[in-house]
Design a protein around this ligand. Structure first.
Ligand SMILES: Nc1ncnc2c1ncn2[C@@H]1O[C@H](COP(=O)(O)OP(=O)(O)OP(=O)(O)O)[C@@H](O)[C@H]1O
Length: 365
């Protein structure tokens, strides 16, 4: 097991700042996902940790030892790439043992023993004689993972290890990978743009945006209390409803807002419920017309379109699903409404603790 410390890592490509002052500690045996949209700097960060890319500034340390100047093959980190990168003319056994023999200098017999040991653990021994083209995508990815784990590195770096696999295999493999990393005790750093992968695999998630870490926390923390407007709009399906308060009129979909300063309000779909203010006097409400209705199997995600044309998602029971085109009101507890600064993008607190009020409800007819 190995602790990874990243300190003030920056990296530019010409005028593009791919990484902009990244600080992150991944503890021994911990599994952290680097989650962000395309182009946010995820792969560059992984490449810097692996030593495939030299940072312009900052330091990468494994167990407190700076890796500066240490080439990739001498670092205690194995990397699994997005596109398998298995040698097509070699069997799985040869793919796994090649790096052990030539990279780590193990004798053939010991390399083969290790390959069989990890393959047994991953239940892929029957694939050891096959070449990549004789295996499915999921099987190839398992072999690529076996190859990385056979090195017994303290750190395993995964670059979108599940992309290109179908949804079912995806769901199985991400749990398999997470439990394998735990069972071998490796420290895992996993790059992904898929929030469900990140949530399922990681102890903590670092959300990265434009080369900076926006928030670091457990999956539950990021979902319950998104620290920035970006995280609020990125984590969760559907994403949090964000309601900008108009600076001139002082209004948003909830009505006229009394607030100490400029604010953008956020509320999750499951915190909005069909109802009336008459029945919930302290609740805030939004009225509008029912648009798209999305079945999830368990419930419905319904889109309400306000009179200003703003779509607001809420959840309801299947038996309560309103008819598209009908007029409805949804209510919420103001304590479940998040308040963000539109200037800094940072979360201020919840609406109640921030002293935010609705002085005049909107959309009531
Ligand atoms: N070798 C390179 N030369 C020039 N620009 C690069 C290079 N590598 C990355 N970039 C740029 O740096 C930024 C971050 O790229 P990076 O590949 O790290 O993002 P990413 O989050 O992994 O994206 P994706 O999910 O699409 O792979 C992007 O704007 C990208 O175009």
């Amino acid at each position: 097991m190995t602790r990874v410390d990243l300190t003030a890592i920056s990296k530019s490509f010409g005028s593009v700042k791919a990484l902009d002052g990244i600080d992150l500690t991944v503890e021994d045996g911990e599994n952290v996902a680097i989650l962000g949209p395309s182009g946010s700097g995820k792969s560059t960060l992984l490449r810097v940790i692996a030593g495939l890319e030299e940072p312009d500034a900052g330091d990468v340390a494994f167990d407190g030892v700076s890796q500066s100047g240490i080439p990739p093959h001498k670092r205690d980190a194995a990397i699994v790439f997005q596109h398998f990168a298995l040698y097509p003319h070699l069997s799985s056994l040869e793919n796994i043992t090649l790096g052990l023999r030539h990279g780590l200098g193990l004798p053939k017999k010991e390399a083969e023993q290790r390959a069989h040991e990890i393959a047994g653990r991953m239940q892929v021994e029957h694939l050891l004689g096959r070449k990549p083209k004789e295996m499915s995508g999921g099987q190839r990815q398992r072999i690529a993972l076996a190859r990385a784990l056979a090195r017994r590195s303290g750190i395993v770096l995964l670059d979108e290890p599940l992309s290109g696999l179908d949804a079912q295999l995806h769901a199985v493999l991400r749990l398999e990978i997470a439990s394998l990393l735990r069972s071998v005790g490796a420290t895992g750093i996993n790059v992904t743009h898929d929030q469900l992968d990140a949530m399922a695999m990681a102890d903590r998630i670092a959300v990265i945006h434009e080369g900076r870490i926006e928030q670091l926390g457990t999956p539950d923390e990021l979902y319950a209390v998104p620290g920035t407007l970006f995280v609020a709009s990125f984590i969760g399906s559907p994403p949090m409803n964000l309601l900008a308060v108009d600076a001139d009129s002082g209004t948003c979909a909830f009505g006229r807002i009394g607030a100490p300063g400029p604010v953008t309000l956020g509320v999750r779909a499951e915190h909005l419920a069909l109802g009336s203010v008459a029945a919930h006097p302290s609740a805030w409400s939004i009225s509008g017309t029912v648009g798209l209705v999305e079945p999830t199997g368990k419930d419905r995600v319904v889109q309400l379109v306000t009179d200003e044309g703003l779509p607001i998602a809420f959840r309801c029971e299947i038996t309560d699903t309103p008819v598209p085109g009908s007029r409805v009101t949804v209510v919420c507890d103001p304590a479940s409404v998040h308040a963000y600064s539109p200037v800094t993008g940072l979360r201020l607190g919840d609406a109640v603790s921030e002293g935010i009020r609705v002085s005049e409800a909107a959309g009531v007819r």
